[in-house]
Design a protein around this ligand. Structure first.
Ligand code: GLU
Length: 545
């Protein structure tokens, strides 16, 4: 087609588009940022739930933008209208808010480079598409589904590259008359790029994580505008990353094979490519094989899992940080007073192959995270969880705040703070015996069969004084032990076993079991003190019944 014919065709196809790429470019001026500042974007498709991979992606965008004094923005990639799910974008927004992964601009706030929802940018993409048609770099393709299927089957049979290209791209060279006839017939069409690619040539992706990757040049005449007038993801994101001045695209490595397409589109459009960082997927070991984390098999795939289990967002982020940078965990363990943002994340320390999703590691990180919070912080944070998940315990928390906070405070402030809590759920599990409403029931002593003689415990109560210091308490307990023919130290007991009924530990163990129903608890002295003498008596009597 001649230039005139192409101009005519472009008008025929996109008559309402009056602007030129230059007009658009003027509305998206360069950002004024410091040298080295990264502009990153989270580009979720609102097609369902948020999974841990999405969260990792947003977290990476956030970290690298914030640590370089750059910009992190959110762009909703909703060009696949058939796959849209109602409320999906609200869920994305809610998750980012819960996780405090706050974008500086984008779909959920505002910004100068919007709109940040791709379906609202249809005309912008069409300006570029119209321009490409005029330049003879894109063309309408009227091939039917059946024709495409037939081509595909032949290509598969002959083990050729799959798609519309070269010899198969029959509509590349339609005359204006032929195109007009199709349009008059109302035949549906897509717009394809005329790929200048050469199968024998290769391109190199300089990936920030994986290093240089050699890939074959793209030869496919990719669809850039679908039948509904919206662009494909490939086209839309290249345009958007250019106009929004993204410096660093961080995305899952399932996109590596598409990179040649994206590079070619950018070259045809005359854009400078941003840098790309393709990160490895989260994996699991199953029967000795490594597989990707799966929606069907792994509950921890969905972000909602963490909420249900009561795993705080901050702890999930710490866990993700250990995945993102292999040297993070060690740093975190050594720096108890720092935020993860004090750690300098780098692409170089990101794993290049699949990363194992290690549930034990998650659990340990959570325990360490909780061990660094104050009792009051744990109390306050977990209220929301119980409000939504267990109203009975929520009410107990409200009416027994002092008891619970004191309990959580036991052994919290020393060098090696206790690590019995990994989730909000554990708070109830670990503390339930502190509440008489939960303590007194027929299963209280189920954890072990013991036949404790309570007379000695009741005698002990006679001398027990809530106001004793821990040292006084212990001395008193030693004396009491001796008086009752129990050794006051384990050592002494071991040396003269036949002489004694047992040792001081036996009394403490029995007392612990009778008043808590457990074999292990945090420091007994504190628990006795929090419960109070009256309650201790009631519990011993309850055991006797
Ligand atoms: N919308 C794409 C997705 O949800 C984003 C890919 C990208 O970050 O470039 O997978």
């Amino acid at each position: 087609m001649s230039l005139e014919e192409r101009n005519y065709l472009a008008e025929l196809i996109l008559p309402n588009i009056k602007e030129t790429p230059d007009d658009i470019e003027k509305r998206y001026p360069e950002r004024t940022l410091k040298e080295g500042a990264k502009v990153t974007r989270f580009g979720p498709s609102p097609t369902g739930f948020m999974h841990i991979g999405n969260l990792e992606s947003a977290f990476l965008d956030y970290i690298f933008a914030i640590q370089s004094n750059g910009v992190f923005y959110v762009r909703l990639e909703d060009t696949d209208q058939e796959r849209l799910v109602e409320n999906a974008s609200e869920l994305i927004k809610e998750t980012l808010t819960d996780y405090k992964i706050m974008p500086s601009e984008g779909a959920f706030s505002s910004g100068k480079y919007g709109p940040y929802v791709q379906s609202l940018r249809k005309e912008i993409y069409q300006v570029y598409i119209k321009d490409l048609i005029k330049k003879g770099l894109a063309y309408p393709c009227f091939m039917s589904k059946e024709e495409l299927q037939e081509i595909r089957e032949g290509q598969e049979l002959r083990k050729e590259a799959i798609g519309v290209y070269g010899y198969y791209a029959t509509d590349r060279d339609l005359s204006l008359e032929e195109v007009k006839k199709h349009l008059e017939n109302g035949d549906s069409y897509v717009i394809r790029i005329k790929s200048p690619g050469d199968m024998s040539k290769q391109i190199v992706l300089h990936d920030l994580i994986k290093g240089d990757i050699t890939l074959p040049e793209n030869i496919i005449d990719e669809v850039i505008m679908k039948k509904d007038g919206l662009p494909t993801y490939h086209f839309a994101h290249v345009i958007d990353d250019h106009l929004m001045h993204t410096t660093t695209v961080i995305r899952g490595d399932e996109w590596v094979p598409s990179y040649p397409k994206h590079l070619q589109l950018a070259q045809i459009l005359g854009f400078k490519m941003p840098k790309y960082a393709h990160y490895a997927p989260l994996t699991k070991k199953e029967n000795g094989n490594i597989r990707k984390l799966s929606k069907r098999k792994d509950p921890e795939f969905s972000v909602s899992f963490y909420k249900e289990e009561g795993i705080p967002p901050e702890a999930v982020k710490l866990f993700l940080a250990t995945i993102i940078n292999t040297n993070f965990e060690e740093w975190y363990l050594q720096n108890s007073d720092k935020s993860y943002l004090d750690f300098k994340f780098s692409f170089k320390k990101m794993p290049t192959g699949g990363t194992l999703f290690d549930t034990d590691k998650l659990n340990n990180i959570c325990r360490t995270y909780f061990s660094r919070l104050s009792a009051l912080e744990i109390y306050n944070q977990s209220l929301e969880y119980y409000k939504n998940h267990d109203n009975v315990f929520y009410e107990l928390m409200l009416s027994n705040k002092n008891i619970l906070v004191s309990f959580l405070d036991i052994e919290r402030n020393g060098k090696r703070p206790r690590k019995d809590i990994a989730t909000y759920k554990d708070i109830k599990k670990e503390s339930s015996y502190m509440f008489s409403e939960l303590f007194y029931n027929k299963n209280t002593y189920d954890c072990v069969e013991k036949n404790i003689n309570c007379t000695i415990l009741l005698n002990y109560l006679e001398i027990y004084n809530e106001n004793d210091t821990q040292d006084e308490w212990y001395l008193k307990m030693q004396k009491f032990a001796e008086k009752n023919n129990y050794a006051s130290t384990v050592k002494e007991y071991k040396e003269n076993q036949t002489k004694y009924e047992g040792h001081i530990g036996t009394i403490c163990e029995n007392l612990r079991h009778v008043i808590t129903g457990r074999l292990q608890t945090p420091n007994l002295y504190d628990i006795l003190k929090i419960l109070g003498k009256e309650e201790l008596k009631k519990r011993i009597e309850f055991y006797q019944k």
